[in-house]
Design a protein around this ligand. Sequence first.
Ligand SMILES: [Zn+2]
Length: 331
Amino acid sequence: MRAVKQIARVFIYPLITSMGIERLFSVASKNNKLILVYHGVVEQPNAKVSVGPISLKQFTQHLAYFKRNFNLVSLETIFDMYRNDFVPNKKTIALTFDDGYENNYSNAYPLLKQSEIPATIFVVSENIEMEDRITWYDFLDLVKPDLELTKVNFEIIKTPPQRTISNLKDLVKSLDIERRTALFAEIKKQLPNKNYLAQYPREHWRLMNKNELRVLSDSGIIEIGAHTQHHPNLGSIPSEWVYKEVSECKRILSDLLQKEIKSIAFPDGSYTDEVKNICLSVGYENLLAVDYRCSSDKNDKNILPRYCLSSTTTYESNIIQVNRHFRSYGF
Ligand SMILES: [Zn+2]
């Protein structure tokens, strides 16, 4: 299977895109609008770092392709089109970035600005204040090689010991903040040196600071959206926490940027009908899923799905997938 994939990537996909055949996929779909998700955009891809940003080189190619073949609009515009049943005569896309990486500011933004391409960046508000400015899940990915999980005392948070980083991540997704803070302090105690993160290239994990967020928000082409206060899975925590997560994030970002925060992307694509209602009740207008999770979603004009680009495949493969996914993720 792997060999077949490799042959497709090296020979077949480049052939398809050089002939423009991939466009037939999107043309064949009756859906004309699609929202894409990126995370990081890095100059130096590094396989040692397990978090998954796309290379700046590939991102540059994506933008050139999108400009040639699609209409690029803001998230707000694509929601307006959706709410008004407007059918653009050209396939239309909106770009979003999750988690608020500093590389969005240093690598993606200059290109977006140069071509006046709008985008929305979804930010986790707790990280703005933190010294390390790293998401908790990137942190767990980075500590993986050096952390002996058997040495971590899970009794302090009254949970059974976790055997793998993947299990640990699943636990943290629905852990309350007090216990999460205690757990991370315990994990840091087990790490070989205090300056642990310094060994990893900063552009892979560092998140934006307040100033960078202000510059983007004032640029006229970047919308800053919410991605909760602590990046939990909203679909698996009690509703009082959901309320706190989404309202605190909104308050912190709007205080910082002096703007109404209208859009929210659900971490890990996790939500329920109740999560949607809470978000609308605190004033969000545009809700972003990955896959639709509720039966009400298809007739709900406040929520849209998004297609995530792959950070581990080639330019040609990603471009083919974008065209293909107008059918499944488009609207
Ligand atoms: Zn996220």
